[in-house]
Each structure stands twice: as structure tokens, then as C-alpha cells.
Write a protein that binds this ligand. Structure first.
Ligand SMILES: Cc1cc2nc3c(=O)[nH]c(=O)nc-3n(C[C@H](O)[C@H](O)[C@H](O)COP(=O)(O)OP(=O)(O)OC[C@H]3O[C@@H](n4cnc5c(N)ncnc54)[C@H](O)[C@@H]3O)c2cc1C
Length: 273
């Protein structure tokens, strides 16, 4: 059922709204295998007050709104299954580095790799890691509580979120969390939004904690005769008090595919060991 979204022109600046067929199509599907659902309109609000006005107006009219950022999800997370409005925060990409505080204040549309490029001069980084880091954004990472192979040492995205500014579905703007590593003041509402996949509100700003970039790194590639033996090795390493910066497990099928796909890859096949 199509929704009457004509009101968006009154709340979002001209040029930040599209009903163009190609744009609707591009926002109807993520990177996973799930069915596409077209929104009625896509908007790129330029400020928190525009997002607030938009959500308030949509809420009054009972028009569904789905937040969207990089669109790299693979579980259907940003697909507008009920149509209505896709609220794209990809262009909310301001970065303020507070290097002395080991923190960065970022907009939800900041791309993971761009944030780490901005942190490079300070020898700092946002550490959770993600394989889609060239497109995935901080807003999408917080909403999905994403993480990559660094998680074994540095934790997942939520472990680095100190404070959030969020616009609630009725347009109210709230702040939760604090710009400090530890606080016991009030309910921990911040963590409610981490991993909520855009269902509880739109994240409009986040304060993230940062890590120093290690000066030395060593990597080892080890082949095991079975998945069980590989798992045992991980438990032995972790149990010994060593904390690797990253761990990645590749089974024999993945090794074979990798060798086929990349000309420069020649990993030993675990089954032939
Ligand atoms: C090749 C590839 C590799 C990947 N590797 C990893 C990986 O290593 N680790 C991992 O965890 N995931 C991985 N993913 C999945 C995906 O990249 C992550 O889930 C990522 O966090 C999605 O970010 P995004 O910016 O693309 O968000 P989107 O896909 O646009 O949105 C994700 C969710 O967040 C919501 N959302 C978006 N913006 C906001 C906002 N401002 N406020 C509130 N909610 C919002 C959306 O509604 C949706 O529910 C991979 C995907 C691909 C295609």
C-alpha cells in the first residue's frame, strides 16, 4: 500500500527528497538475499532538527520510516518492508577528533575507513573492525552492533560507544550515555539503541572511544587437521593470558575458494595436511 508522503516537502529542504525510480530501487534492498521492498520516498535530512520534524510528522500520520546508512547489511535490516520513508543518514558525516580524550564525535553517516583515515595523524583508531569498512557507516555499525576480526581483543562496536544523540519516533531528541569511560548516573539507555537495527530511533551523533595504533604487529597462518583442533588452539591461546589483536578462522571450503578466486593466494588446504 502506498503511503501519502507529500508532507516531507514541507519538513525537509528542497533537493533532499527523491521519488526517482532508480533511487527507490537502490534503497529497496541490502546486500543480502532478502526480497526487495520499495519505499515511497527517500530523504536525506541535513540536520537533527529536520530529522526531528520529519519523524514527528510521519508519526502523526502513521507513515513508516526506515533509517538507512551504507545499505551493506546482509540480514535485511535496512529494507523498508512496510514502504513509506527511507531516512538516509549517509551524508551526516561530520568528524570531530578529541585526541587528548581518546574520543571522536561523529555523525551516523561517517564511513568506518574514513574515520580511521581521519584518526591516522593522531596514531589512533576506532578498533572494532568490519570487512565492509569502505562503505559501512558508524550509524549502521551501532544499529547492528557490528564487529570484525579485531573483536577478540577490542570488542564489538557497542563496547566503544560512550554517548548517543537519538531522535525518537515521535521527534523528541534525547542524549544518552556520557563522554566518559565510566558512569553510573541514570539508566543505561545508550545500550538499548546499540543493536536495535533502527527500530527505536534515529542515531544522529555518537561519541566513540578510540584505541592507540599498535607499533608492532606480527601475523601467523596456522593450518590444523580439523576444526576441533583449531578451536582447541584458540581456547589454549586465550586461556594462556595472551590476547591476540585479531583471529580469523577459515575452513577448508573457504581456503579452496580463496585459492581459486585470488591468483596470488596459495594457502595450504587443511584436508591435504
Ligand atoms: C562484504 C560485506 C562484509 C561485511 N562484513 C561484516 C563484518 O565484518 N562484520 C559485521 O558485523 N558486519 C559485516 N557486514 C554487514 C554490514 O556491513 C554491517 O552490519 C554494517 O554495520 C552495516 O552498516 P551500514 O552503514 O551499511 O548500515 P545499513 O545497512 O544502512 O543499516 C543497518 C541497520 O542500521 C539501521 N540504521 C542505519 N542508520 C541508522 C541511524 N542513523 N540510526 C538508527 N539506525 C540506523 C538500519 O535501519 C538497519 O537496521 C558485511 C557486509 C558485507 C556486504
Amino acid at each position: 500500500m502506498a503511503h501519502d508522503c507529500s508532507f516531507v516537502d514541507d519538513v525537509v529542504r528542497k533537493g533532499r527528497v527523491s521519488t526517482d525510480d532508480e533511487i527507490l530501487l537502490a534503497h529497496s534492498k541490502d546486500e543480502g538475499p532478502h526480497d526487495a521492498h520499495r519505499p515511497d520516498v527517500v530523504v536525506w535530512p541535513g540536520s537533527v532538527s529536520e530529522i526531528s520534524a520529519l519523524l514527528s510528522a510521519a508519526n502523526t500520520r502513521k507513515v513508516p520510516v526506515t533509517p538507512w546508512s551504507g545499505g551493506t547489511s546482509i540480514e535485511g535490516n535496512p529494507i523498508p518492508v512496510a514502504g513509506g520513508i527511507v531516512l538516509d543518514t549517509y551524508e551526516c558525516n561530520e568528524i570531530t577528533v578529541r585526541n587528548d580524550d581518546l574520543q571522536a564525535v561523529v555523525g551516523p553517516g561517517v564511513v568506518y575507513d574514513d574515520l580511521n583515515a581521519a584518526l591516522e595523524p593522531y596514531d589512533l583508531r576506532f578498533a572494532p573492525g568490519i570487512a565492509a569498512g569502505d562503505v559501512a557507516t558508524i550509524g549502521g555499525m551501532i544499529a547492528n552492533n557490528a564487529s570484525g576480526l579485531n573483536a577478540v581483543r577490542y570488542g564489538v562496536t557497542g563496547d566503544h560507544v560512550l554517548r548517543l544523540e537519538v531522535v525518537l519516533p515521535d521527534g523528541r531528541i534525547i542524549e544518552c550515555g556520557r563522554d566518559v569511560p565510566k558512569t553510573t548516573a541514570g539508566y543505561n539507555l545508550k545500550d538499548l539503541f546499540v543493536g536495535s537495527e533502527g527500530t527505536l530511533g534515529v542515531i544522529t551523533e555518537a561519541t566513540l572511544s578510540l584505541e592507540g595504533v599498535p607499533r608492532h604487529r606480527h601475523a601467523a597462518l596456522v593450518t590444523f587437521s580439523s576444526n576441533t583442533a583449531a578451536s582447541r588452539a584458540v581456547s589454549t591461546i586465550m586461556g594462556s593470558g595472551l590476547k591476540p589483536g585479531a583471529l580469523e578462522f577459515m575452513d577448508s571450503q573457504l581456503v579452496r575458494l580463496l585459492n581459486e578466486y585470488r591468483e596470488d593466494a596459495d594457502f595450504p588446504d587443511p584436508l591435504s595436511c
